[in-house]
Design a protein around this ligand. Structure first.
Ligand code: ZN
Length: 281
């Protein structure tokens, strides 16, 4: 076997182990419970899980998705989260190497995995996850501003009297304001027109955080459109499969998280694809 294959498997296992921790976060964060204690245990028979039960993905396959002690079935979601985190770690490593940028993208992806499932279960988007995404966007922006200077900032020229003055604005903070602002406005519009709440503050904050990552331009617009396309597709599928009926509430957070994952990894190609759908280029 080539060395890169072995490294790839190790990266997958590292990502999957982090995925195992994300399962704990998804389960405990909405209940404000400690993320470190008590140690993982079977939710049916309460037996403390040992090493053999906790190998990411493999345990699920070896034990055929059941508790070794009481035979209670474990949700396949645990293995799915681990496998997804493992795959994302490999993708981040392949695309961005092993530096701080790769680690940042992976952290933001991990936060969005948690958003996906917590919003699905509880209809809340934890602020901690939104903060991780926003912090990643702002850190990258600060780094670019540091290395490229004002060239990288958004220049806003104003005519004041006879002078043309230029204000330099940081991309991430403008993106954050635009992202959050657009969602706040859409939410207000829906509430005013339909007299029912359309969006929670969690969605608004997540939109702001994605704005901090993508900046206030086409990438952010594409992110919104992608979330809407995914949302519409999933809603139609759920209605065709008769899992949901017309007028049932379908949370938008998971769609925003999924669109966010795609944009974190493939912002360029996705933006070009979306723009071409809408007649640009
Ligand atoms: Zn058990």
């Amino acid at each position: 076997m080539e060395a890169s294959w072995i490294i790839g498997i190790l990266v997958f296992l590292l990502g999957a182990s982090i995925g195992s921790f994300l399962n704990v976060v998804i389960y405990r964060l909405p209940h404000d419970r400690s993320l470190v204690s008590p140690a993982s245990h079977c939710y049916s028979c309460e037996t403390r899980l040992g090493f053999i039960d906790l190998i990411p993905v493999l345990s699920y396959l070896i034990l055929r998705g059941r508790c070794r002690h009481c035979n209670a079935p474990f949700s396949p979601r645990y293995a799915l989260v681990e496998a997804t985190a493992g795959a994302l770690a490999v993708i981040c490593w392949q695309m961005f190497g092993t530096g701080p940028y790769a680690v940042g993208v992976f952290a933001a992806c991990a936060a969005l995995i948690v958003v996906f499932f917590v919003d699905l279960d509880h209809m809340i988007i934890p602020d901690e996850c939104t903060a991780v995404v926003a912090l990643f966007g702002i850190s990258v922006d600060v780094y670019y501003l540091w290395t490229r200077g004002a060239d990288y900032a958004i220049a806003l020229t104003e005519q004041i009297g006879a002078d043309t003055l230029t204000v330099y604005l940081p991309r991430s903070l403008i993106g954050l304001a635009v992202g959050g602002g657009v969602f706040l406005f859409i939410g207000w519009l829906f509430e005013t027109l339909l007299h029912k709440p359309a969006m929670g503050m969690g969605d608004v904050k997540l939109a702001g955080a994605m704005g901090a990552v993508l900046g206030p331009g086409y990438a952010l617009l594409s992110y919104f459109l992608l979330a809407i396309i995914i949302g519409a597709t999933v809603s139609i599928l759920l209605m065709l499969l008769r899992i949901k009926r017309r007028g049932d509430y379908i949370p938008f957070g998971p769609m925003m998280a999924l669109a966010g994952l795609i944009m974190l990894l493939y912002a360029g190609p996705t933006t070009l694809w979306i723009l071409s759908r809408y007649g640009y280029g």
